[in-house]
Design a protein. Structure first.
Length: 257
């Protein structure tokens, strides 16, 4: 009889992680590999062998396949979909992690900034979920995890396209869960808080900003990319089989302060 810990295993499964070249995406990819999954990493700068991430995954005894794709363009997304379809095994887990942010006051936020953020943060995740999810529905199993944000709950300042896209992610998760749960496909999200990555280096490099928000964090510290891996593993594994349409805040208690 398998125990509770075994339900977090992903042995023999194939997991696709977008934005896997660095930061949160790389941490998630490595964490899923540690749980037993082979990994397909998708990113604009991803080499076929995956560089350091690919080497780390292979050291765990797992396979790694890299797909280079610019998810800001429809052609880039279609190219990624074509390469995934060419892999001779089904995708068991899709983690839509890739995301960008453009900072500007709303009245100065131009069309190009808006279009780029919505394309990467909302359109590409939907297109990938639609493609991969259709095959999961046909097979009667699969897990899809989206990356939302604290800005899915809060408006923020000077991040209007980011807040809109990440709020949209929560709605997308609920809508897909309503359609796909009955077919054995779990669709959920996590909402990271203040995670130290390249995308947030400007915020964490400013002592004044840190002094403003750190007192509101009950945990008393910002997060590292590895802090989000446990929640993703829950949603990606059989352990989370009864979770559908939820967004789990991984925020150090920010929302309850």
């Amino acid at each position: 009889m398998s125990g509770a810990l075994d339900s977090f295993r992903l042995d023999g499964q194939l997991a696709v992680v977008t934005g896997a070249s660095r930061g949160i995406g790389a941490a998630i990819a490595l964490g899923l590999a540690e749980a037993g999954a082979d990994i397909v990493g998708v990113a604009r700068t991803m080499d076929a062998d995956g560089g350091e991430l690919g080497a780390a995954v292979r050291r765990l005894g797992r396979r790694f396949t890299g797909i280079g794709a610019d998810l800001a363009t429809r052609d880039g997304v279609r190219g990624a979909v074509d390469e995934l379809e060419a892999i001779d095994r089904p995708v068991d887990v899709l983690v839509n992690n890739a995301g960008i942010i453009e900072r500007a006051p709303a009245i100065e936020h131009d069309d190009e900034q808006w279009d780029r953020v919505i394309a990467v943060n909302l359109t590409a995740p939907f297109l990938l979920a639609r493609s991969v999810g259709s095959r999961m529905v046909a097979r009667g199993q699969g897990r899809i995890v989206f990356l939302a944000s604290m800005m899915s709950y809060l408006g923020g300042r000077d991040v209007v396209s980011y807040a809109a896209s990440k709020t949209g992610v929560m709605g997308l998760v609920r809508a897909l869960a309503n359609e796909w749960a009955e077919h054995g496909v779990g669709v959920n999200a996590i909402a990271p808080g203040f995670v130290e990555t390249e995308i947030t280096v400007g915020r964490f490099g400013d002592p004044g900003r840190v002094a403003q928000f750190l007192p509101r964090l009950p945990i008393g510290r910002t997060a590292q990319p590895t802090d989000v891996v446990g929640a993703v593993l829950l949603l990606a594994s059989p352990a989370g089989a009864y979770l559908h349409g939820v967004t789990i805040p991984v925020d150090g208690g920010w929302l309850v302060r």
